[in-house]
Design a protein around this ligand. Sequence first.
Ligand SMILES: Nc1nc2c(ncn2[C@@H]2O[C@H](COP(=O)(O)OP(=O)(O)OP(=O)(O)O)[C@@H](O)[C@H]2O)c(=O)[nH]1
Length: 396
Amino acid sequence: MSFDDSDIDEEPPSLIEVPDVAVDINSTSKLPQSTRVPLTIICGFLGAGKSTLLKRILTEKHGYRIAVIMNEFGDTADIEAKAINVSSADDPTAENSEEFLELANGCLCCSIKDTGVAAIERLMQKRGAFDYILLETTGLADPGPIASMFWVNEEYATGLADIVLDGVVCVVDAVFGQQQMEEDHATDDMNIGESIRQIASSDVILINKVDLVDPNTLKETETTIKRINPAAPVYKTVKGEIDLRHIIGISAFRLPPSEIMGEENNNTHIHSDDCDHSNDPPQNHYEVRGISSLQVSCGVLDQPRLDKLDEWIRNALWENQISDAPSSKVQILRCKGAFTSDKGVHYVLQGVRSMYEISEMEVTESMGIPDTGKIVLIGKGLDDVVRKSLEHVLAR
Ligand SMILES: Nc1nc2c(ncn2[C@@H]2O[C@H](COP(=O)(O)OP(=O)(O)OP(=O)(O)O)[C@@H](O)[C@H]2O)c(=O)[nH]1
């Protein structure tokens, strides 16, 4: 991504150099230490329109001062390696690749062309100059490990602990998306193509460039996406034009996934003309190129069942095994869920790869959380045996 794409029809954002806006790295932050900065990861297929979406966000009136980070890593293993070597500051180029720019709408944009952890830590030392972070990954990146890094980041340096992961947004190319998903199939039993990983790992999906395709192609792409990830709302966009409430400040890792909570909970999901559910496939079990999603409903859960569920998830995520079906091998990319205990406590389940969290949720009447809970798993090996095993754990 660059800020000077000349092939974009719209006026590029006016960028004004403001060297004095950059906060002294060594000065103390203007924000209280406890304030955590939300971070949205924007991933998507090569050329799908990630930069176009970013430009759009940066030039809209949203009230945030946004820092943009561009992920130059082609290989996610590199990110993890850098995460471990935080203190070695092995990033000699980052010092020169930081830019602070003020946009015409007053939004401050800090762009770092490297997402090495050391660079992000330096960025966090400047907090006070921005209050939201957008991280654009390369078209080939798997957002899973990056999301994990920001989600449970206490073990990394303090700079990252002040970031809270808001959500993962995936931009799919309406023209080439379907073809890419079909080609990007598993090469062996446990390898999963990047485009499918990106869709599976996302909280919101935009099918962009819908001006360039016929309705049938669009429908086919949307159906494939829904088969991979039924828990994420899908919006159709032209040049990233979307109500920003759908993609930033969504607290996807704190609130229940509205897309799977059914009609009762639709008020937490803001529907619009962009959002078409009319031809959603039936919500049960789908499979695309070895990746499948599995949804299981449950009633209110007592403590023994909550404990069993926790154990079942741990086994599946950490051991790739199913408690009562040892011959089943699973690889779970993402899990989400919401359920209620017999004591009236509402819980949200969120998982990215091997990390998961079951957290209590404060519920207001207006959220309309139903007593019926749901759990969605996305990954490989999620067959009928796995579904039955999970249903058994959740059954009264
Ligand atoms: N017709 C049309 N063109 C679009 C739309 N969105 C983006 N484009 C064009 O598609 C091209 C690629 O868009 P980018 O925003 O650079 O895509 P990207 O995902 O950032 O690309 P990479 O960083 O290379 O992966 C540019 O020429 C955009 O002007 C759209 O909705 N419709």
